[in-house]
Design a protein around this ligand. Structure first.
Ligand code: PEP
Length: 258
């Protein structure tokens, strides 16, 4: 399975900057065909930039997939002020949506039950739901990471979850945007736990991608992405510079060549 390198732009970039970043990624992929063939890239700009970026991507042959950072739990249109449905996202070229990011779980009080409803709506609209899970620093210090992550998976994944419509992103909360990264051994251990947990509970558990996220940068990506059961990365800060974002993908190739 190809590794997936997903860039979560969060609430960054104005219109011009978003277009420039997209153009830089397109140029970088065009200039490095072995990279573009070997690694799957996806970008998750702020929702308001999706229509123009979708238009830019339409004209490109080699391009990243497009995704959103959230969607409504409501599948049908209706009186839901401020919300955007999964089918609206699909209409603007999105194929993926990030759900349950810790900045929503912990920053906005989003529950696993809401995340499951969103994942269900996303999957019904044909989107791949990237469901984020991860423990806080206090939970890690108490040795509760496996229990916390398993409980989040149990409550957040809809019954239809499988390799074709779901990706899991393991993102320890204490590693997001902090410069702290989990050790490769810790990442391998929890990804193995997640793989085991998936077995018997979802469709095609062996090929369901499990991403690592948390201060992944070009200099630590090689080690993290080569750990067993790490099928790619969810990248925040380093996805805002095309060169760094693509360099994280290049770490996959370097690791193969080593
Ligand atoms: C994220 O927001 O999903 C993330 C992993 O951020 P960063 O790479 O900046 O830690």
């Amino acid at each position: 399975m190809k590794k997936l390198i997903a860039g979560n732009w969060k609430m960054n970039t104005q219109a011009q900057g978003a277009a420039a970043l997209t153009m830089d990624i397109l140029k970088g992929l065009d200039a490095d065909l072995p990279l573009a063939r070997a690694v799957e890239f996806a970008i998750f700009p702020p929702c308001i930039h999706l229509p123009p970026i979708n238009a830019m991507l339409k004209g490109a042959e080699i391009k990243p997939a497009l995704g959103a950072q959230d969607c409504s739990p409501h599948a049908n249109e209706g009186a839901y002020t401020g919300q955007i449905s999964a089918s609206m996202l699909a209409g603007y070229g999105c194929t993926h949506v990030i759900l349950g990011h810790s900045e929503r779980r912990h920053g906005l009080g989003e529950t696993s039950e809401t995340i499951r409803a969103k994942a269900q709506a996303a999957q019904a609209a044909g989107l791949v739901a990237i469901v984020c899970v991860g423990e806080t620093q206090a939970e890690r210090e108490a040795g509760r990471q496996d229990e916390v992550v398993a409980a989040q998976l149990e409550k957040s994944l809809p019954p239809e979850a499988g390799a074709l419509n779901t990706v899991i992103a393991y993102e320890p909360v204490w590693a997001i945007g902090t410069g702290k990264t989990a050790t490769t051994a810790d990442v391998a251990a929890i990804h193995a736990m997640i793989r085991k947990w998936l077995s018997g509970r979802v469709k095609s558990p062996e090929s369901l991608r499990i991403l690592y996220g948390g201060s992944m940068k070009p200099d630590n990506a090689g080690a993290l992405l080569s750990a067993p059961n790490v099928d790619g990365g969810l990248i925040g800060g380093a996805s805002l510079k095309a060169e760094e974002f693509l360099a994280i993908g290049r770490a996959v190739l370097q690791d193969r060549a080593a």
